[in-house]
Ligand binder design. Structure first.
Ligand code: HEC
Length: 105
């Protein structure tokens, strides 16, 4: 009985931890493979390419002021030197990326 109870709580615990981590993990993987070379793993844009292109720190007040929708649009359609990702990542992935960008602070 105790054994079973312990088993159940372990499964429950694993499920609560795994669910959000999975959604985050996806966005984190896409970010790492497609965005980090310019924006940096921490979103500061502190990379050779990022510095050359003048990417803004995702933690800056300028970016904080922009709405999720604006960040979504920029990721989808691009802006200045930022390439658009329409067709390369799904809308859901972009939504995840925007959340991920916000969570980098
Ligand atoms: C080739 C380099 C490069 C890559 C790769 C890149 N970006 Fe950017 N990104 C930029 C530049 C440059 C800007 C600044 C555009 C401007 O405002 O002039 C920018 C701006 C942004 C902004 C708007 C924030 C701001 O500065 O106002 C968002 C959001 C963004 N990028 C998300 C992403 C995401 C998500 C990815 C990956 C799917 C990505 N970027 C990949 C270069 C890049």
């Amino acid at each position: 009985m105790t054994q079973r109870l312990r088993m159940a709580s372990v499964i429950l615990l694993a499920a609560t931890i795994a669910a959000p981590a999975l959604a985050q993990g996806d966005a984190a993987a896409v970010y790492k493979s497609k965005c980090a070379m310019c924006h940096g793993a921490d979103g500061k844009g502190d990379t050779p390419v990022g510095k050359k292109m003048g990417v803004r720190d995702f933690h800056s007040p300028d970016v904080a002021k922009e709405s999720d929708q604006q960040l979504f649009d920029i990721t989808q359609n691009g802006k200045a030197k930022m390439p658009g990702y329409k067709g390369k990542v799904t809308d859901d992935e972009i939504k995840g990326l925007v959340k991920y960008i916000r969570s980098l602070k």
